[in-house]
Design a protein around this ligand. Structure first.
Ligand code: ADP
Length: 492
């Protein structure tokens, strides 16, 4: 009895619910997309009832396969920074969630930067002033929704990231909590105290009472109550934001270990142990997770907006491939790009540049350039962006990493992985189970429920599928990086 862990992986475009046994065999899995709302250019919203419906659909599909009484624990991993507003007593949504991609508070961020607040905010929260994070979104909602503002005045408002909202719904409104990996993305958390910063709550006009309680990532958050397809009393014992969850799912549990997720964008995280590393190279400092005993692990993070999405552009924009996997053979058909560079700054440049006004460029073409060279330049462009981020990380921590763990949809591309290894001059390790974000939620729930008693047990479960080692030398790498930097300057 009680032998399964149910993980809810609540992403930006869909929700995946999966069930694993405690030996980490995947028993069942169901993905459900939901609607994206774009009310104005640059705005992105989610309807909380639609998100919840996608969670319920996933759970219904899973419990059709097993007896739900055998579920020992539930774990959650989720899109981060997205903020939700609901009425505490009824669990009714008071507004649509403002999604992490939403840029409506760009001017407000500029205003705060001009007021000289960025350094102070970075010191307290580890974050840079950007609309990406939750605080200015909450402030915007309080200013623009009388319903939400009024609920705050009458102390009936619950604010939270997606994990908090799901917890509230799973527990029948009993639990209003979060944990540090999500909370550290709100710009309201004091990194050192792992609790809300009074100063920042005041700056953004948020009452502490409307915010969730911050508790360890692997701990008992509450139990299910009043769910359609689950019995009451199943404990929710682990929560980790999606990128940190991938770090955990990759078993990067030691200081200096790092992972890169190649999805729509690329997300690099490095475990920095119990040290808060303030980045001097425009990376973010964040919390990876907090264990039950209160021990907090920190991370450095950098992301590029376009990774796999660059391949989608080759498919839908240029139409030189019919589907994403085709890019590999096309790019492989030429031995090099012949001097062609693609800087995929279609939506600006992320870390370490943070240049929202940069735009993509394709340069270095001659009459001999073919679609194969462009395909190869696209793969290199994805890889070069990650080199910039990883080099910034290595400078911040003062040492080189020995290898990088890889996951996400585009990590299946062997050529991309080889190019990445060549350009980084580092080994890459691809695991057997590449759904590491969901796996992290399973690990978190198992740790919180006491199924696993230490992080080292997780490490034993991680399995290598393939390693990629650099095949080119330092000279070639340095030469290509200089040329890439020139191309980046042209995109800015
Ligand atoms: P997300 O979770 O961000 O939606 P996924 O991890 O599912 O992303 O990965 C999908 C992305 O990976 C898409 O942008 C797609 O273009 C890209 N992708 C998938 N397969 C390949 C491939 N073989 N080579 C390069 N890119 C790929």
């Amino acid at each position: 009895m009680n032998q399964y862990i149910l993980a809810i992986d609540q992403g930006t475009t869909g929700t995946k619910v999966l069930l694993m046994d405690t030996k980490l065999n995947l028993v069942a899995e169901k993905s459900t997309p939901f609607e994206q709302h774009f009310p104005q250019p640059g705005w992105v919203e989610h309807d909380l009832d639609q998100i919840w419906a996608s969670v319920e659909t996933g759970i219904a599909a899973i419990v059709a396969r097993v007896d739900p009484k055998q579920i020992a624990a539930i774990g959650i991993t989720n899109q981060r920074e997205t903020v939700c507003f609901w009425e505490r007593s009824t669990n009714v949504a008071l507004a649509r969630a403002i999604v992490w991609q939403d840029r409506r508070t760009a001017d407000r961020c500029k205003e705060l930067r001009n007021a000289g607040l960025e350094e102070k905010i970075q010191k307290t929260t580890g974050l840079l002033l950007d609309p990406y994070f939750s605080s200015t979104k909450i402030e915007w909602m309080l200013k623009n929704s009388p319903k939400v503002a009024n609920a705050m005045k009458t102390a009936t408002l619950a604010v939270g990231t997606i994990d908090s909202f799901l917890l509230a719904r799973l527990s029948g409104g009993i639990t209003h909590a979060t944990e540090p990996s999500n909370a550290s993305r709100t710009m309201l958390l004091n990194l050192e105290a792992t609790d809300w910063s009074e100063e920042n709550l005041k700056l953004f006009g948020v009452t502490r009472g409307s915010m969730p309680k911050v508790q360890p990532s692997f701990s008992k958050f509450g139990v299910t109550k009043g769910m359609k397809k689950l019995p009451d009393g199943i404990p929710i014992t682990g929560i980790v934001g999606d990128q940190q969850s991938a770090l955990l799912g990759q078993a990067c549990i030691h200081e200096g270990q790092a992972k890169c997720t190649y999805g729509t964008g690329a997300f690099l995280l490095m475990n920095t142990g119990s040290t808060i590393r303030q980045s001097k190279h425009r990376l973010l400092t964040t919390i990876a997770w907090t264990e039950f005993n209160g021990k907090t692990t920190y991370a450095l993070e950098g992301s590029a907006f376009m990774a796999g999405a660059t391949i989608q552009w080759l498919r839908d924009g240029l139409r030189i491939i019919k589907d994403a996997p085709e890019v590999e053979a096309l790019a492989q058909s030429v031995p090099s790009t012949d001097g062609v560079f693609l800087v995929p700054a279609f939506t600006g440049l992320g870390a370490p540049y943070w240049d929202p006004n940069a735009r993509a460029i394709l340069c270095g073409m001659t009459r001999g350039t073919t679609k194969a060279h462009i395909a190869r330049a696209a793969l290199e462009g994805i890889a070069f962006q990650n080199v910039d981020i990883l080099q910034a990380m290595e400078k911040d921590v003062g040492r080189e990493i020995s290898s990088l763990n890889v996951d996400g949809g585009a990590c299946k591309n062997n050529l991309l992985m080889q190019i990445q290894s060549d350009l980084l001059g580092r080994k890459l390790k691809r695991p057997a189970f590449t759904e590491t974000t969901s796996l992290g939620a399973v690990f978190a729930a198992g740790l919180g429920a006491g199924i696993w008693t230490s992080l080292s047990e997780i490490e034993k479960a991680w399995e290598l599928e393939r390693e990629f080692a650099p095949e080119t030398g330092l000279e070639d790498r340095s030469h290509r990086l200089v040329a890439w930097q020139k191309a980046v300057k042209r995109a800015q």
